[in-house]
Design a protein around this ligand. Structure first.
Ligand code: BDR
Ligand code: CA
Length: 310
């Protein structure tokens, strides 16, 4: 199963990459593309490269993408991810390699055309790169197997109505959700159920390999940010849900429903309007994740981290 991970690492993006590259994963990571989101795109790119260094993912291209949203000014989430976007662990200043010198939008288009089999796009940041690729070359549509994304929900974490990834580039999200392509959506309703706690950190320390220790350090910072900002008892590893689903499709439950993106509302810009009771009569355009099997999710998480000891 070929995937392109389009991300803004980001603590939970980093964990998503780590799960995808683990030995329990059947995923073939074609490339990692970055986008402006949690912090500026240059920092997100550096972080992606550093995560690759830590897990030995040396042959997967990292390609930098959009430096800003399509219409609005960028907004960043330093209060959650820190100034570097990956605060907490003691990371080397410079990664071992540099990013591929191509724009991520062109890279995504090129890889889709070159691949014999359709590719799954996994966006875990704002949807700018994906929307721009669809606008620039609509013929890629036939080569996109599915868009498995983290974003949205029936409540917000950036405004009361809007989740961060969708809010930052709601115009891009509108392009994606109105594309007619198969979409699988992991919004806050389900990602808040994937809550890492102190016990998770203890388990990672017991696994005791360099990758599990790195994830433990990421979680300590991330959980503190969620405690300070949202008074949460843990850290929701939002983006990791996309990969957990791709590794084991029996973990999550979905409803096939219509989701509209609000781009005009005074109080609701960036809201995903999820028609759970089918009151609009519109054709479903997304598989909306509603629940997860805690036992299966955390067992996969643990096995993925243990696989870095082998
Ligand atoms: C999303 O926003 C980012 O801060 C996280 O990486 C995740 O993708 C959660 O709202
Ligand atoms: Ca993210």
């Amino acid at each position: 199963m070929k995937v392109i991970l389009d991300c803004d690492p980001g603590h939970d993006d980093a964990i998503a990459i780590i799960l995808a590259a683990s030995k329990v994963s059947p995923l073939d990571i074609v490339g990692i593309t970055t986008v402006s989101g949690n912090v500026e795109v240059e920092k997100n790119t550096l972080n992606a490269l550093k995560v690759c260094d830590i897990i030995g993912l040396d042959d997967v291209p990292v390609v930098q993408g959009a430096a800003r949203p399509m219409v609005r000014e960028p907004e960043i989430a330093e209060h959650i991810h820190g100034e570097t976007g990956l605060d907490g662990p003691n990371l080397p200043k410079t990664p071992k390699r540099t990013a591929t010198s191509q724009h991520a939008v062109d890279y995504i288009i090129e890889q889709l055309h070159q691949s014999e089999e359709p590719i799954i796009l996994v966006p875990t940041g704002p949807l700018t790169n994906i929307a721009l690729a669809l606008v620039k070359d609509p013929s890629i549509r036939t080569k996109i197997k599915e868009i498995v994304l983290m974003g949205g929900g029936t409540f917000g974490n950036w405004t009361p109505a809007a989740e961060f990834n969708i809010y930052v580039d709601a115009e891009a999200a509108k392009v994606v959700f109105e594309s007619g392509l198969p979409i699988r959506m992991f919004g806050l309703d389900v990602t808040h159920q994937a809550l890492a706690t102190k016990e998770t950190v203890e388990q990672l320390k017991e696994i005791a390999n360099p990758v599990s220790e790195f994830v433990a350090e990421l979680l300590v910072f991330f959980m503190q940010a969620y405690k300070d900002y949202f008074a949460f008892p843990g850290g929701p590893i939002h983006d990791a849900c996309t990969i957990a689903h791709l590794i084991d499709p029996s973990i999550f439950e979905f409803e096939h429903i219509h989701v509209a993106i609000e781009t005009k509302g005074e109080h609701t810009y960036g809201m995903t309007v999820v028609d759970r009771l089918a009151v609009t009569g519109q054709e479903p355009n997304a598989y909306f994740a509603t629940g997860l099997d805690q036992g299966k999710f955390w067992s996969l998480f643990k096995k993925a981290l243990e696989s870095y000891s082998e």
